[in-house]
Design a protein around this ligand. Structure first.
Ligand SMILES: Cc1cc2nc3c(=O)[nH]c(=O)nc-3n(C[C@H](O)[C@H](O)[C@H](O)COP(=O)(O)OP(=O)(O)OC[C@H]3O[C@@H](n4cnc5c(N)ncnc54)[C@H](O)[C@@H]3O)c2cc1C
Length: 462
């Protein structure tokens, strides 16, 4: 049982841990909860274990270890395997080992991170098909990506594919092909934004180093791919891809697809935090100021969950939010808050500027959503692209309307996997923007919760 906290942080990734360190330095009583078994979030997953450490480059490893040390020294409390499934005015509802509990706090900061953009394609449910994030998790847990180091195929468009390719090269796993689904015109257009990346030379250098290693390893990169299909009887046997209206095939038992990271906005949407559409990266994000303040009193959001700027920016974003919260609670004066934030604020602005270049380079190609009719879009309820398109033709024009008619987005993942694709397909069918059709409205509980877990919240204590 946790007593009332000054600050409850949901998410123990770089942003959450850093926010805890900052808030503790101002004397706040801070608790951090995370559904994972250990702290670290995505980038610092399993950093406490050799597998997790070995995958990271020296720079990230050093950053992560410093952050862990600072967190342990801060006196903030950490609650692992604790999933937040609901929230209401200074209270969150979470579950831990089959039981629910309510935690109250003066301020609540959500640092729940991002997720990989799910783009449906034919055969994406076959064993052997995974995302780059899943492949990273396997590597960081000491698992094997392909049996006997058989060649794998990479597909998609996003910086995580670059770092995964490095890790595969290090592991001695050959890459049979890299199917690039990015648009050439986007990449060309991104040159206009390259100046911003020049403001952070070490960051640029790391990217160049990765690109050079990929070239040196002579990985066959096929650009301009606009459709992908995974084929096989019971598991993946080969991949078909379309380039310049022609279909080609490559044999492999492992396909790793990644289409960049998008903020997880289900909690923001369910709580009524104002959301904004980014037309370059084609995602919704919560509207916050630089300090993580939202339109709701006492509710803050930062890190990749507020806008995807990467791990290093998340550390600074978290620190700034932690200080701002102490300031909003009257613990610090505005001048002192500004002084304590200055270094992190300058570093964050610099990194975000450099990351802005990547936002354009890896802009998603909306044609990727022009999937064949038979493609399953909602994996939970097995709803196909055809059923969604038919619903639009029948007069259902928003994701919520189509959901009610087809059940797409109504399964246990609550539209996390299909919500974006649903909106893109509905928009394409009507010839309007995704911003216009809007997104699936999320409701509490944010995470699946059993009746037993729910009722344990109200059960009398014996
Ligand atoms: C799948 C994936 C893999 C990635 N791999 C890399 C990589 O290898 N290298 C790299 O540089 N960047 C990687 N990134 C990007 C990188 O993770 C982020 O830039 C950085 O970790 C963001 O930090 P954050 O603190 O905002 O969020 P995260 O690190 O994502 O942390 C968010 C935390 O919130 C927790 N959480 C979410 N919802 C709840 C809930 N309801 N209740 C309780 N806890 C919750 C999660 O378990 C997680 O630990 C990856 C991103 C993703 C999505």
């Amino acid at each position: 049982m946790i007593n009332h906290l000054d600050l409850l942080i949901v998410g123990a990734g770089p942003a959450g841990l850093s926010a805890a360190v900052a808030a503790r330095s101002c004397g706040l009583d801070v608790g951090v909860v995370d559904e994972q078994g250990a702290m670290g979030g995505q980038i610092f997953r399993n950093l406490h274990l050799p597998f997790g450490r070995d995958v990271l480059d020296e720079h990230d490893k050093e950053l992560g270890l410093q952050l862990f040390d600072a967190f342990h020294a801060s006196g903030a409390r950490f609650f692992s395997e604790t999933t937040v499934w609901g929230a209401d005015k200074n209270t969150v509802f979470c579950k831990h080992k089959g039981k629910s509990e309510k935690i109250t706090a003066t301020k609540i900061l959500f640092t729940t991170g991002g997720m990989e953009r799910p783009i449906p394609f034919k055969g994406w449910t076959l064993p052997g098909v995974m995302t780059a994030g899943a492949a990273e998790i396997i590597l960081r847990s000491g698992g094997h990506i392909s049996a006997d180091k058989e060649p794998v195929v990479l597909a998609g468009n996003g910086p995580l594919l670059l770092s995964l390719a490095m890790h595969l090269i290090d592991e001695g796993i050959p890459i049979a092909a890299w199917l690039d689904t990015g648009r050439f015109s986007h990449k060309l257009g991104s040159i206009m934004h390259m100046g911003s990346a020049l403001g952070d030379i070490p960051y640029l250098k790391r990217g160049m180093h990765m690109a050079l290693r990929i070239l040196k390893n002579k990985i066959p990169i096929i650009q301009g791919v606009n459709q992908i299909e995974a084929l096989g009887e019971n598991s993946l046997e080969k991949i078909r891809y379309q380039k310049n209206s022609k279909w080609h095939e490559v044999a492999s038992h492992t396909l790793i697809r990644h289409e960049n990271i998008i903020p997880r906005v289900q909690i923001a949407s369910a709580l009524g935090v104002e959301l904004v559409w980014d037309s370059v990266q084609r995602y919704w994000y919560p509207k916050t100021d630089e300090y993580g303040r939202t339109n709701l009193n006492d509710v803050y959001m930062t890190g990749d969950g507020a806008f995807v700027n990467g791990g290093e920016a998340s550390i600074n974003k978290g620190y700034i939010a932690g200080i701002a919260i102490a300031q909003d609670m009257g613990v610090l004066s505005a001048d002192e808050g500004a002084l304590r934030c200055a270094e992190s604020l300058a570093a964050m602005r610099k990194t975000c500027k450099a990351r802005n270049y990547l936002r354009y380079v890896f802009a998603p190609n909306p044609d990727a959503y022009k999937v064949p009719d038979e493609t399953i879009v909602c994996r939970c309820e097995c709803v196909t692209a055809k059923e969604i398109r038919d619903a639009v033709r029948e007069g259902f024009h928003t994701p919520d309307e189509v959901k009610r008619f087809t059940r797409a987005g109504m399964g246990p993942c609550q539209g996390r996997m299909c919500g974006n694709a649903l909106a893109e397909i509905i928009a394409q069918e009507q010839g309007v923007s995704v911003e216009k059709v809007g997104m699936l409205r999320n409701r509490q509980p944010f995470a699946p919760v059993t009746l037993g877990e729910y009722c344990s919240l109200h059960a009398p204590k014996i």
